[in-house]
Write a protein that binds this ligand. Structure first.
Ligand code: DGT
Ligand code: MG
Ligand code: MG
Ligand code: MG
Ligand code: MG
Length: 238
């Protein structure tokens, strides 16, 4: 097909490249996982099988691009992958980075599903998982640290809310509406107190993987730690 008179159409293609010498964050997020998690009967508020599956997919992605990768952080249906600022992966083309990362992740998710979920929960053609993907460029390490802290704080806030909400419903027999009203306007310490006094749950005793999310270093080691405390160690040399 070389040199046909139609080849000029290629000139219409534009390629967004991310700025040089800046950190690249690619974040993928499950499409409509509110519904997806209901269809496949995920445990509420946290399904350890689903979290382990997300982690397995992310780990494989980190290992595939380990020379480019600083770390990855995940919670719920999302994962952020942080690449070195000098990475030349796909010539730093944003469309290549977002599309290859999200398609790699999605095919892993489908392929590994049966390793984590029983046969009764097999994926069906009408309800296959989809993920979106975005690529964001951050100019310095301070902002990258704030980015990770933002996701980490989000994990904490969501998990404390969801743990309290589902404890009130599943353990204390409240309706979802009653639980919502009970938690309306409460601060973290109030939710801790409600969990303890009404549901006999000490939030501190909840599994670290739910409270902290999952951090993967460039070697592919998965940790459930206070990301904010771990940041300096992870970013040493980057
Ligand atoms: P989106 O991202 O705009 O397409 O919409 P969603 O529905 O994916 O919303 P998002 O990403 O803000 O929130 C993630 C949803 O996934 C949330 O409704 C809870 C659900 N989800 C994630 N992990 C679990 C889990 O382990 N157990 C259960 N029951 N639900 C989960
Ligand atoms: Mg969303
Ligand atoms: Mg989602
Ligand atoms: Mg999400
Ligand atoms: Mg090609």
């Amino acid at each position: 097909m070389a040199n046909s008179r139609f080849e000029y159409v290629k000139k219409f293609e534009t390629h967004m490249t991310v700025l040089p010498e800046t950190y690249i964050v690619i974040r993928i997020d499950g499409k409509n996982f509110h519904e997806f998690s209901n269809i496949y009967k995920f445990d509420k508020p946290n399904d350890i099988r689903a979290i382990n599956l997300m982690n397995a997919c992310a780990k494989n992605l980190v290992l595939k691009y380990k020379s480019e990768m600083i770390c990855a952080y995940g919670e719920s249906d999302e994962y952020s992958f942080i690449l070195r600022k000098d990475s030349q992966l796909y010539n730093r083309r944003a469309d290549k980075l977002t599309s290859i990362f999200v398609s790699f992740f999605t095919s892993q998710y489908v392929f590994l599903w049966n390793k984590f979920f029983p046969i009764e929960n097999s994926l069906n053609l009408k309800n296959l998982p989809m993920f979106d993907s975005r690529c964001v460029n951050y100019p310095n390490l301070d902002i990258i640290k704030d980015y990770l802290t933002w996701r980490f704080v989000d994990t904490h806030i969501n998990n404390l809310y969801n743990t309290s909400f589902w404890a009130l419903v599943l353990k204390c027999g409240m309706t979802t509406r009653e639980a919502e009203q009970k938690l309306n306007g409460t601060f973290s310490k109030d939710k801790n107190e409600i969990l303890f006094s009404q549901c006999n749950i000490n939030y501190n005793d909840e599994p670290e993987i739910f409270k902290k999310g999952s951090l993967i270093n460039k070697k592919g080691e998965i940790m459930h730690v206070d990301v904010v405390n771990q940041i300096n160690e992870i970013f040493q040399g980057f």
